[in-house]
Ligand binder design. Sequence first.
Ligand code: OKP
Ligand code: ZN
Length: 334
Amino acid sequence: MKCFWDDRQRAHVPAGEFFNGAMHPAAEHEGRVEAILKAIGSTQTPADLGLDPLLRVHAPDYLDYLRSAHDQWLAAGRGGDAFPYTFPVVKRRPLRLERIDALLGQYSFDTSTPIGPGTWDASYWAAQTALAATDSVLGGERTAFAFCRPPGHHCGADYLGGYSYLSNAAIAAEHAVAAGRKRVAILDVDYHHGNGTQDIFYERGDVLYVSIHADPVMDYPYYWGHADERGKRADHGANLNLPLPRGTEWATYQSALLQALDRIETHEAELLIVSYGADTYEGDPISHFNLKTSDYAPMARAIATLGLPTVVVMEGGYAVEALGANVAEFLSGF
Ligand code: OKP
Ligand code: ZN
């Protein structure tokens, strides 16, 4: 399978993240890069398609903010990574605020997603990587793997969070739509619900979002991913959430996956984007499912029975010692 990666994605080096009342070492760190690169072998560097494909998904003011936020942080006299500390939960409206602290809260929903000096570059090239993999599939390849890092499925059109700054999967989907694909499906198998991807397509009928993830009653991102979120279209909701309890093993996962695949078949998609997170692995340090490395090939084989041109986009997966094997196992199933 053709694999895409850009070394500029290494520029994002978060020092830490804040949760449970304290700073912790960042789970989404550079060690993930070596682990995955070693396992997938040779990669292709993406072309630079510029900002236009990003603007199909993200608000222009959000992109301006993301590009300049760390400079504004430095200009305010701060050091290290930029973090929000106050959030406009009740009155999120287009105030034209200038203070970097106001902007950080306006454009973030958590405190695990710091902005450092290289965050824009890394996210930009992650998005270009997703676009290159998509172009390769639009050009006739059966499948392609976009090793995107940082991940993307938690950020929306105008907000970041969950280690995600640009919505790689959504950017890929919109690129396919712009290239003439009428119906696209996104299958998200990361441990966490992809709230950003869901939000971006929530009122759409042409791009289906289906996710299998930890029940948000217990797990991040809490406020999205519940089974009753079915999309805003009165005619046919194009959103399906399949939350599963902590401790889920392959047998239970597999039946949810079959439901997901049924829904994708009904959608009559012409192209599939898989948001793949290896954090469903039993040894993942921040997650609580019990899938084994050997479960990822059957997972991919089940997805491949759809017979759709497929772009695999990397999301999470934090058990670095097993990450390469888990990714390789998944890709082998295609
Ligand atoms: C990103 B992706 C750990 C708190 C973690 C953020 C999780 C982001 C996951 N107790 N908070 O979906 O893998
Ligand atoms: Zn995850």
